[in-house]
Design a protein around this ligand. Structure first.
Ligand code: SF4
Length: 438
């Protein structure tokens, strides 16, 4: 289907079945029964790939950063290209080496054919870590993380109309308590004021913004064009995410087949643009943009060990910070952090844990049952249910307890407060958790 067959890298299961077109691992939307949240009648194809790779001892092959589709090839066979490459290597030599007991020789000859095909010159993906190629932090968020400060970021909901009064008010409300503010990019696949416009408003109010870019609504061309211009708007922090499926958005549903690039590919492309000064097509760029690159991470979307493979890949591709999905279970968080530690990446990425103060039992239930990758332990659900009228206070206390525990964890560099429209709670959370900067 894709014209660029990756079956050896994906445990011999074709990833094209993924409705989001993911080429580099699962999104954060696996259901508790390991099905796909876009089509719950099917298993998440990436979960199947990870499980089979684990059984076959091929997990590390999943780390190679795979390119976006070359749409000219989509629908064509890969075999013609394979035959051409085998001829280049020499058919007799290829067969001899492939049947050889010498593992190194076998793998070298195999790669001379298949790596050339799956990693075209314009991409050159690999499984290695590429440290950022600059010294001085490009943003205040990066500077504070770099200096070892436990950082607080938050999110302000973009408006549903062209008036920015409420946006400006919310920005002013949280400004004294945070280092940076994220603006979501059409979250839940619903149109809202663009993240880029909200970032401009934040800069006008002297607050540092984090620009979120969802792959769902982004083509490779649009991404590169937007990024070239962001520094001019005072934007240096960029969070690359896949985005919710169009299926969760309002009717009439937009195409679900437009995923041109995934979040790992966005990171790879933008890191190379920044550090190597090249466009995706390999052309040189004179003045590359300065970027502090982040991504989302979903510690509980499936087993922590499997999630860690995807997170490792994101770090290799270029992620310098993670903002995680909502965390309500700090013991389970330890399992994920341990897996990242085993992969030796805790010192290569700053981790900001997602915290949401719960305003009501209804919100708690909704997050637990409807939001992919989020689950609340029974004791928290029961505390919220029993709290009745006092639910906002109970929810705030739960958030404060979580922060207290999270602050002590190895590898955690800050929190990311997702207030879910309850911006006024940010002051209380930051002050009572002792995180207010003097
Ligand atoms: S859960 Fe996400 S990664 Fe898995 S098949 Fe569905 S859309 Fe693809």
């Amino acid at each position: 289907m894709c014209g660029n067959c990756l079956l050896q890298e994906t445990a011999f299961i074709c990833p094209m079945e993924c409705p989001k077109g993911m080429r580099n691992g699962p999104c954060g939307g696996i259901t508790p029964s390991k099905n796909c949240y876009v089509d719950e009648t099917r298993k998440c194809i990436w979960y199947c790939i990870y499980k089979r790779a684990e059984q076959l001892g091929r997990e590390e092959m999943l780390l190679e950063v795979l390119p976006p589709l070359d749409w000219e090839k989509v629908g064509t066979e890969t075999w013609g290209e394979v035959v051409r490459q085998v001829r280049k290597t020499g058919t007799a030599k290829f067969i001899k080496d492939i049947l050889s007991k010498d593992k190194e020789k076998k793998s070298k000859t195999w790669d001379s054919v298949f790596k050339t095909i799956r990693q075209p010159d314009w991409w050159q993906g690999d499984s290695d870590y590429h440290a950022p190629d600059y010294k001085e932090p490009v943003s205040e968020l990066e500077r504070r993380l770099h200096s070892g400060e436990f950082v607080v970021a938050t999110e302000v909901t973009p408006p549903l109309n062209a008036n920015t009064d409420k946006l400006a008010k919310d920005i002013e409300l949280v400004k004294p308590y945070v280092t940076a503010i994220n603006f979501t990019d059409s979250s839940s696949a619903r149109p809202k004021m663009s993240s880029i416009a909200c970032c401009k408003v934040a800069n006008d109010h002297t607050v540092e913004p984090v620009l979120q870019i969802a792959a769902r609504d982004t083509t490779r061309t649009g991404l590169q064009s937007d990024i070239i211009g962001v520094n001019e708007l005072g934007i240096f922090n960029v969070l690359c995410i896949t985005g919710d499926s169009a299926k969760v958005g309002p009717s009439p549903m937009s195409s679900m087949n437009i995923l041109d690039i995934d979040s790992v590919q966005m990171l790879w492309l933008l890191r190379r643009m920044r550090d190597e000064g090249i466009y995706l097509d390999g052309r040189k760029m004179k003045n590359p943009p300065k970027l502090f690159l982040g991504t989302a991470s979903s510690p509980f979307a499936s087993e922590p060990r499997l999630q860690a493979i995807k997170d490792h890949k994101k770090v290799n591709a270029g992620a310098q910070f993670f903002q995680t999905n909502l965390v309500f279970d700090d013991d389970r968080l330890d399992l994920w952090l341990e897996q990242l530690d085993k992969r030796n990446i805790l010192d290569k990425v700053y981790i900001l844990i997602g915290i949401a103060p719960l305003k009501s039992f209804k919100v708690a239930e909704y997050l637990h049952t409807k939001v992919p990758g989020v689950s609340l332990p029974d004791n928290i659900l029961s505390r919220m249910e029993k709290a009745g009228e006092g639910a906002p206070e109970e929810g705030t206390q739960i958030a404060l307890e979580l922060i207290e525990s999270i602050k002590k964890k190895k590898g955690v560099n800050g929190i990311h407060i997702m207030s879910l429209g309850w911006e006024s709670v940010v002051q209380r959370i930051v002050t009572d958790s002792g995180l207010l900067r003097k």
